[in-house]
Design a protein around this ligand. Structure first.
Ligand SMILES: *Cc1c(COP(=O)(O)O)cnc(C)c1O
Length: 727
């Protein structure tokens, strides 16, 4: 990621922060902007790229590195470029207004949540921007979007997570199609994050007893608009070498690493808030990874003199929990012996519990000794509210966890849902955004939440205007794919003839289908390949070709998933397919953005009911792309018969192998009979009128609902503010 040479070139100051090189007066505001990720979803998100596009790529879109590494000549060129200087000034003024704005949604509608008592949001991963690789996929991106919306809405919120020194793995596909993993080292000194310090300027640290050793962690602060993200980091010299690795990799280690990471996140996170004198009004456990925080809160209450049962009552009043997956692997469970080893008896003694009582906190059936310690049962039992992330997922979760409420029928199990959404200013392409600004208004993102007003405004967009923008974005996607493939193929030693092919990959006029997600069993990657000959006929059609763009990572230990990937990789070396089916390696936020903004159709074929929500299709919809998806997760709520296509039926509770076959058949039939003909049906101006009508209908119906502003509003009013406290 960052070469040693560059690290050495950067001067270190006392506090461990790299000294910022002084900028010319006209560009000085860039320094302020670089320290807050707000710029990345602002109206002028290209401000850093345009300073020096080549250096921007080399710096991996990290604005602080860019400002240090851009050449003096280029810097002075831009510092004396009146157009650029005006842009910098305008953006800085906008930033100041944004940060100071007093009249916000939360000010009007969620007054109970105050800066003195904010929401504390806990998550194991955060996907804010490509320059900060502390996420693996959907959960992290969702958390990132949550913080951005909280900031936009003026909701007081402080987020807590871990700073993984090596982040999540990066993917390289070998020439034989096999996935290899590698890691880049994250350099806090060069990123927009600063050490959390106390009033005297000394670094704030917390201590947590883990595996019988006191582990110390420092904290870093990342500014996300008006929201602060605090990341704990155990990589300190005074720690035992093993403990320095606790915050080494995201989801990289064994079970034990998971337990100790989750101890640091939950227990260390609460201790950090105490050190900073932050008294949250509510703790949001976003997924069970942070559930140990409830044990720390209980310990505090017991230390104040409460009995354990009373302490639990108090903890429950403070905590709310969101479960994100109905899949076993997604619900962390640990061997009780491992829990015992990592915690040690001090923990249960301080709570006034026996070892058995302590382990029982993580069990559905407290007395079943063969039951592991589950983070989800712990979180549910210690929270006043539990929710799933779509209507269907709420229903599935009620059935999954019903035994925690043995006396009530499944419909009465108190698990509700808040459907996931995505952050429009982050995911909408600037070109589409400019159309919204023109046809909807400067405050398009606010109007988007008002279904009726938004729908009326979208009608004002001319077909030609939307189609032209979309076609351009598709061309950009094709150019991006050619560029990336060229370098990837060179790097993995393909023949010069093959590398040359990269220049001619894909056809910008052909129907382009995107399929990008983790390579996990339930995502059913292989469904598309059920009938390769039939698929080939679609792809190889001379008049009406179809092309595919794939991306996604397989879990390093999931050999089956890696074989699926390899099959896709080898299948596309068929000369008839080579130019029309592309696998982009190392799926990340940047690739996601290019894809969701450029494809015509987004394909999703999960095995019901295992897609809790899914969010990538929501990003596509905001850009005018059309979803072709199995009815599961969010799409059950989104699909209205005219804003995309649906496979299967919403009532399927557990898809069988026969459903796999039926879904594959439905997928091929929809492509052949509906999607392809509609796309290629053109009028005299070469515009696919009926297709564009569908695009507009998708934007009008889906953007208001599957939006993280709406999601955060639902959390604020429905979950964070306890009902009895409401007027
Ligand atoms: C949005 C996003 C996801 C989540 O997509 P799903 O539809 O939930 O699979 C995963 N990874 C990246 C990089 C994303 O941007």
């Amino acid at each position: 990621m960052i070469t040693e040479e560059k690290v050495e070139r950067t001067e270190q100051t006392e506090g461990g922060q790299a000294k910022q090189r002084p900028l010319p007066l006209t560009l000085r505001a860039l320094e302020r902007l670089a320290w807050n990720y707000w710029w990345s979803w602002s109206e002028d998100a290209a401000i850093f790229r345009d300073l020096d596009p080549d250096a921007w790529e080399e710096c991996e879109h990290n604005p602080r590195r860019l400002l240090n590494e851009v050449s003096d000549f280029r810097l002075m060129q831009m510092a004396t470029d009146p157009g650029y200087v005006v842009r910098v000034r305008a953006l800085a003024e906008q930033f100041d207004r944004y940060m100071e704005r007093k009249s916000t949604w939360a000010q009007r509608r969620a007054r109970e949540i105050t800066a003195a008592h904010p929401v504390a949001y806990f998550c194991a991963e955060y996907g804010l921007h490509n320059s900060l690789p502390t996420y693996s996929g959907g959960l992290g991106i969702l958390a990132g979007d949550h913080l951005k919306s909280a900031s936009d809405l003026g909701l007081p919120l402080v987020a807590v997570g871990l700073l993984y020194r090596y982040g999540y793995f990066r993917q390289r596909i070998r020439r034989d199609g096999w996935q290899e993993e590698h890691y880049g080292e994250l350099q806090p000194d060069l990123l927009p994050m600063s050490p959390v310090v106390d009033d005297s300027g000394a670094p704030v640290t917390v201590e947590v007893l883990i595996r019988g050793r006191m582990v110390r962690a420092r904290a870093w602060r990342v500014e996300v608009g008006r929201v602060a993200l605090l990341l704990l980091d155990s990589n300190l010299k005074e720690n035992d070498p093993t403990d320095r690795w606790i915050t080494g990799h995201l989801y990289g280690g064994d079970r034990e690493t998971r337990v100790v990471q989750e101890m640091l996140l939950g227990i260390g996170g609460v201790r950090l808030l105490r050190k900073l004198k932050i008294e949250p009004c509510v703790y949001h456990l976003n997924e069970g990874h942070s559930a140990f925080l409830t044990i720390e809160l209980a310990r505090e209450f017991v230390a104040q003199g409460l009995r354990f049962a009373e302490a639990v009552e108090r903890v429950r009043r403070l905590c709310v929990f969101t479960t994100h997956t109905p899949i076993a692997a997604g619900n962390d469970e640990f061997d009780p012996a491992l829990i015992e080893r990592c915690f040690g008896e001090v923990y249960w003694r301080e709570l006034g519990l026996t070892r058995e009582e302590f382990i029982a906190l993580g069990r559905v059936h407290p007395t079943r000794n063969d039951e592991p310690f589950g983070m989800t049962p712990l979180a549910i039992k210690m929270s006043r509210s539990t929710n799933g992330v779509s209507r269907k997922h709420g229903e599935v979760s009620r059935a999954l966890w019903r035994e925690l409420w043995p006396d009530v029928s499944v419909e009465r199990v108190p698990i509700v849902h808040v459907t996931n959404g995505v952050h429009a200013p982050t995911w909408v392409a600037p070109l589409v955004r400019s159309i919204y600004e023109k046809r909807v208004g400067k405050n398009w993102a606010e109007i988007m939440l008002d279904q009726k007003r938004w729908a009326r405004a979208i009608e004002r967009i001319a077909d030609e205007e939307l189609w032209e923008a979309h076609s351009l974005l598709k061309r950009r996607l094709v150019a991006f794919i050619r560029h990336r493939s060229h370098y990837a193929w060179l790097q993995r030693g393909e023949s010069p003839e093959r590398v040359d092919v990269a220049r001619t990959l894909l056809d910008p006029d052909a129907l382009t289908i995107g399929f990008a997600r983790r390579v996990a069993g339930y995502k059913r990657w292989s469904l598309l390949l059920t009938d390769p000959e039939r698929l080939l006929r679609l792809i190889d059609d001379a008049e009406r070709p179809v092309q595919f763009v794939f991306a996604g990572k397989a879990h390093p230990q999931d050999m089956e998933a890696k074989l699926v990937l390899q099959r896709i990789a080898q299948w596309r070396t068929d000369p008839r397919i080579m130019r029309r089916a592309i696998f982009l390696q190392d799926y990340d936020q940047e690739i996601a953005r290019q894809l969701v903004q450029g494809v015509d159709v987004w394909l999703n074929v999960p095995r019901p009911p295992l897609e809790a929500s899914g969010t990538s299709g929501q990003k596509v919809a905001m850009n005018g792309g059309l979803n072709l998806s199995v009815l599961d997760g969010w799409w059950i709520e989104g699909f209205d018969g005219a804003n995309g296509w649906a496979i299967g039926d919403p009532t399927t509770m557990h898809a069988s192998l026969e459903d796999d076959a039926r879904h594959a058949e439905a997928l091929y039939r929809l492509l052949e009979d509906e999607v392809v003909p509609l796309y290629y049906e053109r009028d005299a101006d070469h515009i696919p009128r009926r297709w564009v009508t569908m695009m507009k209908h998708a934007i009008a119906t889906l953007a208001p609902k599957f939006n993280s502003d709406r999601m955060v509003q639902d959390y604020a009013r429905g979950i964070y503010v306890a009902k009895r406290n409401r007027p």
